[in-house]
Design a protein around this ligand. Structure first.
Ligand code: GDP
Length: 367
């Protein structure tokens, strides 16, 4: 057995097999005297944080570590995928540490959505999921909106302690951290360390003026996210990049909408009614008759109804049907991580379909 090579930046064991994994360095780098992992390399040279894939074991190590420190926990979620990116169960591990909840990607919300209403909804939803955050904020890491506000809230709630940033992959955690690095250090040097003693998790520290630090924990993969069921090249269809533009449909009973091949919405009963779709503007919505829907999906998944791509059909999960009666309020039918359809007039029965593992839920309309 060869001696274990470790990264001079973060101390992690170097591996050369899995490019997306922790501690990756290209094989050629092993010939050098000092080896640096790809993640530290990028950080050092570009001040840029990169995602690494985590195993469930690593995830547990992070969670257990969070309970042992005295710190402010900043939990970032994707507001379009609140439930899918929530990291259920985190609150059981954080001990008495306060949690600041940030809903990222606010820039893609339709302008007609009132931010305060959304924040209230997030508070309520978090409470139902067992978390009582000290505060709830929105941000757009990509556009740099509300970053100062987030930093002010962090400063207020950390009370001189360290800050741990946690989040599921794809919520924009790296983008957020990169923004913070610029704000806090003015592009200065960032130190990397392995923070929890006895673990090999690479964490990134952004030093603060009082000797404390903001610590970025690795992104946690939730395999049930919509983003994981499509080809990486097709992410723009799943994750909106720009403000979602509402598309209104007047539907008769027994009509079906397909959002690409990723979601299906059957309007079953309730007379002629209006429905508003909020998805990535790149994703095409197709309307058809309910009686033709199964056949259309079978024949045209991968071409007319895409994503997925033809070449990915084999690994694409089957759609699972969820039926809902919407009785007396305007409601949103949410396809986790993809978008939602607002049922504008109650008194209807519908069925919503999403790939197996991806959740569908109904909430009071936010608009
Ligand atoms: P991470 O896996 O949580 O570290 O997420 P990344 O920072 O890599 O971001 C995932 C994707 O979301 C990337 O395509 C980003 O460009 C995009 N993204 C991140 N923050 C925002 C945001 O505030 N708004 C929008 N529209 N996209 C964002």
């Amino acid at each position: 057995n060869e001696k274990e090579v470790t990264c001079i930046g973060c101390g992690i064991a170097i591996q050369t097999e899995n490019k997306e994994g922790i501690g990756y360095a290209p094989p050629s780098s092993l010939e050098k005297e000092q080896v640096i992992c790809q993640r530290c390399f990028r950080l050092k040279h570009y001040n840029e944080v990169q995602d690494v894939a985590l195993t469930d074991d690593d995830f547990l190590k992070i969670l257990n570590g969070l309970g042992k420190v005295d710190a402010l926990i900043v939990k970032i979620v994707d507001i379009v995928d609140f439930n899918g990116s929530f990291l259920h169960g985190l609150h059981r591990f954080v001990g008495n540490n306060p949690v600041l909840l940030i809903g990222n990607k606010s820039d893609i919300l339709p302008k007609s959505l009132n931010p305060n209403k959304l924040i209230n909804w997030m508070k309520q939803e978090a409470k139902e999921l067992g978390l009582k955050p000290v505060d709830v904020l929105l941000s757009s890491a990509e556009k740099g909106h509300h970053i100062q506000e987030a930093l002010a809230a962090i400063e207020l709630h950390r009370k001189g302690r360290d800050v741990y940033i946690v989040g599921c992959t794809n919520v924009g955690k790296s983008t957020f951290i990169n923004r913070i690095i610029k704000e806090v250090t003015g592009e200065g040097d960032v130190i990397t360390t392995s923070h929890f003693p006895g673990t090999t998790l690479d964490m990134i520290e952004i030093p603060l003026d009082d000797g404390q630090a903001i610590i970025d924990t690795p992104g946690i993969i939730n395999r049930d996210q919509m983003a994981h069921v499509v080809n990486k090249k097709d992410l723009k269809y799943v994750m909106a990049r720009k403000e979602m533009k509402p598309v209104i449909f007047q539907l008769n009973e027994e009509q079906t909408l397909f959002a690409g091949g990723l979601a299906r919405f059957d309007y079953l009963k309730g007379g002629r009614k209006s429905f508003t779709c909020y998805f990535s503007n790149d994703l095409e919505i197709h309307r058809t008759k309910l009686e033709k829907a199964d056949d259309l999906y079978e024949r045209h998944l991968g071409d007319l109804l895409s994503p997925p791509r033809i070449e990915d059909l084999e690994s694409f999960p089957e759609l699972v049907r969820h039926e809902f009666s919407i009785k007396d309020e305007k409601m949103d039918v949410v396809f986790s991580g993809l978008g939602w359809i607002t049922v504008n007039q109650p008194g209807v029965k519908i069925a919503a379909y999403a790939p197996k593992g991806v959740s569908v839920l109904v909430r009071k309309s936010l608009i």
